[in-house]
Design a protein around this ligand. Sequence first.
Ligand code: PEP
Ligand code: MN
Length: 332
Amino acid sequence: MIIHLKSNTSTEEADKLGVQSQSIVLHQNGTYILITPSSLKEVPDYLQTHTESSFYMDSDIQLASKKYLPNVREIQLGDATIGGSTKNTVMITGPCSVESEEQIMACAELCVELGVKVLRAGCYKPRTSPYSFQGMGLDGLKLLARMREKYGLAIITEVRDSTHIDEVIEYSDIIQIGAKAMYDQGILRKCGAIKKPILIKRGFGTTLQEFVQASEFVLSGGNPNVVLCERGIRTFETKTRFTLDLCGVAFLKEYTNLPIILDPSHAMGYAYGIADLTRACTAMGVDGLLIETHPNPKVAKSDAAQQLNFEEFRNLYRSVEPVANAVGYHLI
Ligand code: PEP
Ligand code: MN
């Protein structure tokens, strides 16, 4: 249950009531908000006189629920606004990993050429093998910062674990929590303590309930700027890398107030399917798309098979806009 306390409630009182009701106490827009476990179905007597309004919830999808906020949250990703009343579908692209200055600047130039405002590239890669390329680390973040200075693009980059979270927060405009890191409560809580937008990717074995609950850690920590990213789940199918769960996207659109970005690149795992999938994703009316591109995918140090070369991306980009328009969205 979410309980908004009356405006005359003091900090001490809010804290005391929070302890009494086993709630998280959130201070937002001048109001103290108690988030109790969802098993609480009625406002207890001792809270009645302090309560301005209350929202009963049927599960621990609470702050992210449309029962609490009926409209999709408006979130600023650099110069791009998504959610709210915008009906914008933001295109995010860039290589899987930052590999060199030449590579990242070439990707930035492609973005500038097409009007893409947000560049994504990883510096700390969550690889399945310790012998694979692990990312350029801080040197990569510095290259991204130089790219932003030169081209004005917003940076999204991922945090792999808590050892480098502070530097990722410092250098990025949007923080990505990857499919493997989304259960890390240290990362989630730290992202809840800041205001930069957080993009949470769904783990490949994560239920929709667990996925949204991960976002609740960030939201209840005080950061209202959370975006969900569907990137494919593991099924019995082995011909594609993962299975993009578009049914899950329909669920998230229906029941949550968080913008949704779709990542066909990691779901498909192969470049040949990405353009068709991207158009299918766009037709769902979503807040964003995340596509991996590389100046020369054959030599990419991670996710080589799925990255698009620039010509493939240009063609895809041109074909997406009419699809977005057909469902009342604007590609930005
Ligand atoms: C990535 O975005 O490059 C990545 C590693 O994705 P995921 O966390 O979805 O596997
Ligand atoms: Mn990747």
